[in-house]
Ligand binder design. Structure first.
Ligand SMILES: NC(=O)c1ccc[n+]([C@@H]2O[C@H](COP(=O)([O-])OP(=O)(O)OC[C@H]3O[C@@H](n4cnc5c(N)ncnc54)[C@H](OP(=O)(O)O)[C@@H]3O)[C@@H](O)[C@H]2O)c1
Length: 299
């Protein structure tokens, strides 16, 4: 299919690469023009230097995928809307708050523009192995983008979960679960480090844990990589930032009377990590960097 793509950052750039590798025509725009030039030359994407040019190059019944930080989505929509027509379709693939996605879908539908929210998981490694995607919004426009979604994902790695907001809702919950799982891995390694066998080789341990154990997982693999890149985690500061989803999930849980002690505590540990840094928070910091390229505060 032919689609436009806005945002060629850590995620967007490689998603466009995947779309090109699977035969899709992609018109690309990015705030910083260098990335547009680079991806056009390397991957044969069609460059656009402005939203106006992107809209013109896409023609009628446009499909445009946004892959920008959630704080930037409203601004991009306002600028882009000037060049959109009835029947066009916007996809927000970033980690937006589902309530905002519901509001955006409603506002755009009044102009006859479709809106699909897609939570994307898999991080940087997914550029090679394929992504996992969770969509929300009307079914017909979802069907329109399904060929592109299918080609970016691992087999069986996508689904449509309900009306506007449902995709970002389940992605928010996914990220909240991730908080708890990461914290648990970090705490376990903290105990190994400070328990009766402190000399235990944690690089070897996380590798063994990833072969046949009940906790074998992508997060254990990322921990293993992080321990290899940061021996003993001794150069890591231990501060773990958060990007919103855990907090939104906790707010939503309170609103719906759901108790989430594990996720709540892992979120609190992240907030406190500005001051209270432990071996566990260092492990969480390197996991985040390994799967999402979020960077690690160094000592
Ligand atoms: N990293 C991950 O592991 C991961 C995983 C799943 C989902 N996500 C979500 O995917 C989205 C993109 O993440 P990322 O990791 O690719 O971020 P990133 O590397 O920081 O890239 C952000 C992209 O958005 C553009 N951008 C930023 N502010 C903008 C604005 N005000 N107007 C227009 N464009 C703007 C940037 O343009 P410039 O090049 O000009 O800066 C860049 O292309 C986010 O919502 C994130 O939460 C990330």
């Amino acid at each position: 299919m032919k689609l436009g793509f806005v945002g060629l950052g850590k995620m967007g750039y490689h998603m466009v690469r995947k779309l090109r590798a699977t035969g899709h025509e992609v018109v690309v725009y990015n705030r910083s023009p260098e990335k547009v030039r680079e991806i056009s030359q390397r991957e044969g994407a069609i460059p656009a230097v402005s939203y106006e040019e992107m809209a013109a190059k896409l023609g009628p019944e446009r499909v445009i995928w946004l892959m920008v930080p959630h704080q930037a989505v409203d601004g991009v929509i306002v600028e882009l809307s000037e060049y959109l027509d009835k029947g066009d379709l916007l996809v927000d693939g970033g980690n937006s708050n589902y309530k905002y996605s519901m509001r955006r879908a409603d506002a755009l539908s009044r102009k006859g523009i479709h809106y699909i929210d897609v939570g994307v998981s898999g991080g940087l490694a997914a550029a090679e192995t394929g992504y996992c995607m969770m969509a929300g919004g009307d079914k017909e426009p979802f069907k329109k983008i399904e060929p592109a979604v299918r080609d970016m994902c691992v087999p069986g790695g996508y689904g449509h979960f309900g009306p506007a907001g449902a995709g970002h809702y389940v992605k928010m919950v996914h990220n909240a679960i991730e908080y708890g799982m990461m914290q648990a891995i970090g705490e376990g390694l903290d105990l190994v480090k400070n328990g009766p066998f402190p000399e235990t080789d944690q690089v070897k341990l996380t590798d063994v844990w990833d072969h046949g154990s009940i906790i074998s997982s992508f997060l254990i693999q990322m921990t293993h990589q992080g321990l290899k890149h940061h021996p003993g985690l001794s150069d890591v500061d231990g501060y773990v930032p958060h990007s919103g989803e855990g907090q939104w999930a906790l707010e939503d849980a309170r609103e719906h009377g759901v108790n989430m002690p594990v996720i709540e505590e892992s979120f609190r540990v992240r907030l406190d990590s500005e001051k209270v840094k432990t071996y566990a928070t260092k492990a969480v910091a390197v996991m985040r960097d390994e799967f999402g390229g979020h960077g690690v505060a160094k000592k």
